[in-house]
Write a protein of this length. Sequence first.
Length: 107
Amino acid sequence: MDATSVGRRVKTAYEAAGLTQRQLSDLTEISQSTLSRIVSGDRMAKTGELVDIARATGISVSALTGSGAASRVLYAPRATDGSQMTVMRDRLLQFADLNAYLDAQAI
């Protein structure tokens, strides 16, 4: 997990959520200058900041850090019922993250 990669993921997350950096700042109460440094990779986001960003954008913390299933799962979703691929992908990754968590907890 390096600051530049996390910054890119944060930017992708807030843009995908239809937010500007200013709006994300307002929602998370992280100053816009701090967000700007995180996005540019000049500063690593703290855990609490990542949680706030994830909550505001609807993205998991593991997706923001690159430690989630997205970095390990190969998938090829197909839909015949009009489902949107992004929704299917997100659900698949949520299940894969849950599975990894349960494995780590020996459950």
